[in-house]
Ligand binder design. Structure first.
Ligand SMILES: [Ca+2]
Ligand SMILES: [Ca+2]
Ligand SMILES: [Ca+2]
Length: 230
């Protein structure tokens, strides 16, 4: 009987371990998007409208449009109630990002034709500015501030993507400390994507990274402020 109970206990503990492992894998798996919004942004559910005098409202956060903005490109589709879907990443073209929010390239709609995004920018808070331009659409304004018309109609487009220069050093797609490794988790100096310093932790060896005081060897470690402290 005792043997049987021990077996059941072992089975229960094993199942708990498997469940915990599964939860951990889901939380830290690189493909999870939970922590990646500043590098793989979507469009704000409220601030999602651009305006064209010629074709009216264009929704960049339309359900089903699946618009994403990364350091490299804007993908998915925007929706015009009057002229239908506008594809941001058509096969032969596409809207591109230089990593600092300066957009270029062209989108395509069956009814709108080509739309040029050169001149559209995204700022450090994720707000779009400027105009896209198309033969059919005319100027598409991404922010009422373009025409100082916010008092009459307060529209804008916003994303949770952020320019590289507005992101912490451990999440900016750059090798900030020149050790050949970039960002969390590749650079061992990064404790999370929120870490602002890629400088590696100093090893505790007596040969370096510490100092002697009162007969005690103190080890220097990287602080949250990115400087070395005892
Ligand atoms: Ca970096
Ligand atoms: Ca580095
Ligand atoms: Ca480093």
């Amino acid at each position: 009987m005792t043997h049987c109970l021990n077996d059941l206990l072992w089975l229960k503990n094993s199942l708990v371990s498997v469940c915990l492992l599964a939860v951990t894998v889901v939380l830290i798996w690189p493909g999870a998007t939970v922590l990646a919004s500043s590098t793989d942004g979507v469009i704000d559910p409220t601030d999602k409208y651009a305006w064209s005098e010629d074709i009216g409202w264009i929704t960049f956060g339309e359900p089903g449009g699946n618009v994403h903005l990364t350091d490299a490109a804007m993908t998915g589709s925007a929706w015009s109630a009057n002229l239908g879907w506008i594809v941001l990443n058509p096969a032969s073209a596409g809207v591109f990002n230089d990593g600092e929010g300066n957009l270029t390239g062209q989108a395509w709609g069956e009814n709108t034709g080509w739309i040029d995004f050169a001149g559209v920018t995204v700022d450090s808070q994720g707000y779009f500015h400027g105009y896209a331009n198309g033969t059919v659409t005319g100027q598409i304004s991404f922010n009422c501030a373009n025409s100082a018309s916010c008092a009459a109609s307060d529209f804008k487009v916003r994303t949770d993507w952020r320019p590289r220069s507005a992101r912490p050093a451990c999440n900016n797609a750059l090798d900030d400390d020149g050790d050949g490794l970039l960002d969390y988790p590749a650079d061992p100096g990064c404790s999370s994507i929120w870490d602002t310093d890629e400088t590696d932790l100093v090893s505790g060896g007596l040969g370096g990274g510490g100092y002697w005081t009162g007969g005690i060897h103190r080890i220097l470690v990287k602080s949250r402020r990115g400087i070395l402290e005892p």
